[in-house]
Design a protein around this ligand. Structure first.
Ligand SMILES: [Zn+2]
Length: 191
């Protein structure tokens, strides 16, 4: 965990959302006093969502927040989106519950009462097991579903679980850790 020198620096890093570290996604979350570095903390993660083809009239903070709240808890709007630059999509960061399926589309009623179907795409999303509803592996590699594969997958699974529990551990060398810390921010490894 790193403290930022300025609010601007913090936003800069948060705008980046997910960094890739060691070819693995690294999730950057703003720290709040209630936050604890426990396994429970990973029940929610911030994820960037894109709303392709969203009508410009919904690009207000209020409009985006409303639509974002259909997916999760809206946290912030992407800089390009905030400036309403001519993009083919609006992009925002939402906090999602990792136990829930991420929606591919959302429905909302516009000012005329017409139901609008808006598709939602993700820059990245964690693999979610359909069987045990835990993140970090898919159904094919689920230890609960395929107990006979346990011996084969044991090492891999244990490692994954270990990483999930020790969420702030960077064990691949100090240099890389410092490289990341240079950017500041509360960086953590998710997978
Ligand atoms: Zn599973």
């Amino acid at each position: 965990m790193v403290r930022f020198n300025s609010e601007e620096g913090k936003l800069e890093v948060l705008q980046g959302g997910i960094y890739h570290f060691d070819n693995k996604p690294l999730i950057v979350k703003a720290w709040t006093p209630e936050m604890e570095f426990s396994k429970e903390e990973l029940l929610t993660i911030p994820i960037w969502i894109k709303l392709p083809g969203l009508d410009f009239k919904y690009w207000s903070a209020r409009g985006l927040s409303k639509i974002g709240s259909l997916v999760g808890k809206p946290l912030m709007v992407d800089k390009q989106t905030e400036k309403k630059l001519g993009l083919s999509y609006a992009r925002l960061l939402v906090e999602v519950n990792v136990g829930k399926t991420l929606l591919e589309e959302v429905l909302f009623r516009n000012e005329k009462g017409v139901v609008i179907t808006q598709s939602v795409t993700y820059d990245w999303r964690p693999s979610l097991c359909d069987h045990c509803h835990k993140y970090g592996h898919d159904k094919d590699n689920c230890r609960k579903l395929h107990p006979t594969q346990q011996h084969v997958d044991e090492t891999k699974e244990t490692k994954e679980e270990d990483k999930m529990q020790t969420n702030a551990r960077f064990d691949k060398g100090k240099e890389k850790v410092q490289e990341i810390r240079k950017y500041g921010g509360n960086t953590r490894r998710y997978q």
